[in-house]
Design a protein around this ligand. Structure first.
Ligand SMILES: Cc1cc2nc3c(=O)[nH]c(=O)nc-3n(C[C@H](O)[C@H](O)[C@H](O)COP(=O)(O)OP(=O)(O)OC[C@H]3O[C@@H](n4cnc5c(N)ncnc54)[C@H](O)[C@@H]3O)c2cc1C
Length: 467
């Protein structure tokens, strides 16, 4: 049988690290309420001075990194007062960025529907920290953040990694320097900078080149041509533009892009971007005034730098319990996660996958707290919509993400897409209003743990690294 000190290893480790100088732990061994015991957990918030950083350090039961769809859902589910968990949510901005509307910000700033996260989370147990995550130490269970220009560390027992993704510029030389991308923030190549560049050229028949054949570049090219019809907009694809679901979807997307006047160039592999020209492997050169790079996404490098097992896009490799396979006290969700087993529907980057994986990760943490095992993560898809400027393609999906029945295009689909996007935001609103009530399609697709698993697969043992 495991001894108390083994069961409480994360808290004991943190306590040792924080109080080793004085040899005084704030949690006497016998009296320590384990996060994984069945008893209700007391709120824990302890401070100590960090000699290296010269700033105060806090200990949380759960730290959530990133307040996108995934991080918000996780934090809200964990922030229920009756759970008594001390939860911190760290995010770079005070506003909630609806990434699904970033292409709209090419034209005008998108008014945030959640303008102040600290106000939004006021009545929950979630401590919002507006800060940039600098690094993660998965051995000492600590995160270094930069808040108001000063670095400090916070400690955690479990961490939910929800830092999302950004456009991958590593896959073509020159993309970082010479192309814009649909990323939020103040970077000189961000969506806001792209908007300024497009407005500056609004009167001229500028050449806009969008690279990538997936939904992101389709949305970028469609938005540019819809708003500035006098610009010449070209969509350059490695395979065939719009080839991300079924042939039916592709034909509607291509039809609407062509109706808008976007020129489609297929089967061109970009090898280099110069200041005003894109070179492809076939030897063709595509001159541009504005290039929008939208050929692939990758997660932030923080997990990779921390030594977690990651894939080629820096996403954390997780099991079907969404725990890191190398560091199980860390869970990864949304665009930053790469589950290494079946998840029902394929786990592609989407607001739905982000939101439901966020809720599941919170449920995992709560289950550990209560000494329970829960079934692996799974979900089902039901619809997808892609904006094509003033048009859109909207289509029902079966549980496994395959398009079925029909594909709606044109203006009607665009209106329905706006409603769908609004509904996605209301996953979050609803979770805040009635925390813990919301469920999701396909959550029972994976088998529940059997009685023998329950006894063999003890939660307290599983959390140790290298299980
Ligand atoms: C233009 C565009 C259109 C899209 N359209 C659709 C659509 O129609 N439907 C759909 O399902 N999906 C769509 N997507 C994909 C969808 O937006 C993502 O899959 C989803 O946002 C992922 O959610 P997330 O919570 O994992 O990450 P994010 O939403 O990216 O959130 C991550 C959060 O972490 C924060 N963060 C990152 N790094 C740091 C750091 N170092 N320090 C502090 N904070 C940090 C970010 O600021 C952000 O708040 C679209 C994406 C784009 C770019």
């Amino acid at each position: 049988m495991l001894q108390g000190r083994d069961r409480n290893w994360p808290r004991a480790t943190v306590a040792r690290l924080l109080f080793s100088r004085s040899q005084r732990s704030p949690w006497p061994r016998r009296a320590t309420p384990s996060l994984f015991s069945k008893q209700k957990v007391r709120v824990q918030r302890k401070s100590s001075m960090s000699p290296s950083l010269g700033s105060s350090q806090e200990v949380y039961d759960v730290v959530v990194l990133g307040a996108g769809y995934a991080g918000m859902m996780a934090a809200l589910r964990l922030g229920r007062r009756r759970l008594g968990l001390r939860v911190a949510l760290v995010n770079g901005s005070e506003q909630f960025v609806e990434r699904v509307r970033l292409q709209e910000s090419m034209v005008a700033p998108v008014k945030p529907r959640i303008a102040s996260l600290s106000r939004y989370l006021r009545r929950t147990n979630v401590q919002f920290i507006r800060a940039r995550v600098l690094s993660l130490d998965p051995v000492r269970n600590m995160v270094t953040i930069e808040e108001d220009g000063s670095p400090r560390t916070i400690a955690f027992e479990q961490l939910i990694y929800a830092l999302g993704s950004h456009v991958d510029t590593d896959n073509a030389p020159g993309a970082l320097q010479h192309a814009f991308r649909l990323d939020p923030g103040e970077d000189p190549r961000s969506a806001a900078a792209l908007r300024a560049a497009l407005h500056a050229l609004a009167g001229c028949s500028a050449r806009v080149l969008a690279v990538g054949g997936g939904p992101l570049s389709v949305e970028a090219a469609g938005e540019a041509k819809s708003t500035w019809p006098n610009m010449s907009v070209t969509l350059l694809s490695l395979t065939s533009a719009g080839d991300f679901s079924s042939a039916k979807v592709q034909s509607v997307v291509r039809r609407d892009l062509t109706r808008l006047g976007v020129e489609l160039v297929d089967n061109e592999r970009v090898i280099e971007i110069e200041s005003n020209v894109v070179n492809t492997a076939s030897g063709r050169r595509f001159p541009f005034d504005i290039c929008i790079w939208a050929a692939g996404m990758r997660a932030p490098p923080i997990a990779t730098q921390a030594g977690l097992e990651v894939d080629a896009q820096d996403r954390v490799v997780v099991g079907t319990d969404l725990r890191s396979v190398s560091h199980p006290a860390i869970l990864a969700v949304g665009d930053s996660a790469h589950p290494n087993g079946p998840t029902g529907a394929p786990f592609r980057a989407s607001a739905l996958a982000a939101a439901v994986s966020g809720v599941y990760a919170a449920e995992q943490v709560i289950a550990r707290n209560q000494g329970r095992l829960i079934r692996p993560f799974s979900f089902s898809t039901f619809a997808q919509a892609v904006a094509v400027g003033r048009f859109a393609a909207l289509f029902p999906l079966d549980a496994n993400d395959h398009q079925m029945l029909f594909v709606l295009g044109g203006r009607a689909a665009s209106v329905l897409r706006s409603i769908l996007i609004w509904l996605v935001l209301h996953f979050i609103t609803f979770e805040r209003l009635l925390p813990g009530v919301q469920t999701w399609p396909g959550r029972k697709r994976a088998a529940a743990p059997s009685a023998s698993q329950k006894s063999a697969d003890r939660p307290d043992v599983q959390l140790k690294a290298g299980r």
